[in-house]
Design a protein around this ligand. Structure first.
Ligand SMILES: NC(=O)c1ccc[n+]([C@@H]2O[C@H](COP(=O)([O-])OP(=O)(O)OC[C@H]3O[C@@H](n4cnc5c(N)ncnc54)[C@H](OP(=O)(O)O)[C@@H]3O)[C@@H](O)[C@H]2O)c1
Length: 263
């Protein structure tokens, strides 16, 4: 499938990464269905997207945690011959687990995990009708490395990684390809000032949204099953899988700094 043949639903399109990804994909010739809760933000983005005469872009304002919204999004997508779903919508909260409220835990799990899985399931029949189609799940480096202050976020992204692996294997005899794409920290409003200050003090690299978008396009072009962004983060993912004690010791040394920014 060439870029110009791709007709992709992009959830989280109105966010920091979503806007950069939408601009890059549209620049390659893809047609995009932009999804988020704010119609105004999505329309403003749509107005900025490059568009040739072969391209179309659509706006669907909806909350993916609502079953009826997922149903109507799937119906609109089916009518437009959508052949890809990029699950980018998500949120996080940097907080000690003890201080995280029950409703915040439920909301994070609902958005990052449950609704994302349910939306994917809702889309599968229509993706299977296409000669070739894609599901791209945007996880995080924190979907492979448990990090203080992100217990619930890590739980959702670890789960999304497992989901992606299992689903890719379940669909390996179909024309639906499932990719898992894990950025490290990026400069968007998802990260509070406290998180940005902590990253600076820890010396952790922070990517621009454009860098993440470029890497996502490369992952799609190569149909790379799993992508982990950044060096040394991709090495830490491997070390954490083989010898988690090493990473635990290193994070234990950083914990006093991390705690200065946690509440
Ligand atoms: N930024 C990073 O450092 C980083 C690193 C690794 C992974 N990621 C992942 O990348 C994704 C995007 O992050 P970002 O930095 O672009 O965040 P962002 O700027 O906060 O954008 C989040 C996007 O998700 C949408 N969204 C949230 N809840 C939704 C819901 N219930 N229904 C529909 N849309 C919803 C938001 O739309 P509205 O609010 O307009 O409705 C917005 O478009 C997330 O999954 C995040 O976990 C980010």
């Amino acid at each position: 499938m060439q870029w110009s043949e791709m007709r992709l639903v992009l959830t989280g399109a109105s966010g920091g990464l979503g806007q950069a990804i939408a601009l890059s994909l549209a620049g390659q010739g893809c047609s995009l269905m932009l999804v988020g809760r704010s119609e105004e933000k999505l329309e403003a983005l749509k107005a900025k997207l490059p568009r040739t005469q072969d391209q179309e872009h659509w706006v669907v304002a909806c909350d993916i945690t609502q079953p009826e919204s997922r149903d109507s999004l799937a119906c609109v997508a089916a009518a437009q011959g959508i052949n890809g779903l990029i699950n980018l919508a998500g949120s996080n909260q940097f907080v000690t687990f003890e201080n995280q409220q029950d409703d915040a835990i439920a909301e994070l799990v609902q958005t990052n995990l449950t609704a994302t899985l349910q939306l994917t399931r809702r889309f599968l029949p229509l993706l299977k009708q296409q000669p070739e189609s894609l599901v791209v799940n945007v996880g995080s480096i924190l979907g492979s490395i448990g990090f203080p202050g992100y217990a619930t976020y890590c739980a959702t992204k670890f789960a999304l990684r497992g989901f992606s692996e299992a689903l890719a294997r379940e669909l390996s005899d179909t024309a639906v390809q499932v990719l898992y794409f894990a950025p490290r920290a990026a400069r968007t409003s998802l990260n509070t000032d406290a998180v940005m200050a902590m990253n600076a003090q820890l010396g952790s690299a922070v990517d621009s949204a454009e860098t993440v978008a470029e890497a996502l396009l490369a992952a799609i072009a190569a149909r790379q099953p799993q992508t982990y962004l950044g060096w040394p983060e991709k090495l830490f993912v491997r070390v954490n899988a083989i010898a988690p004690g090493l990473v635990s010791r290193s994070l234990a040394k950083q914990l006093p700094i991390i705690k200065q920014f946690l509440n």
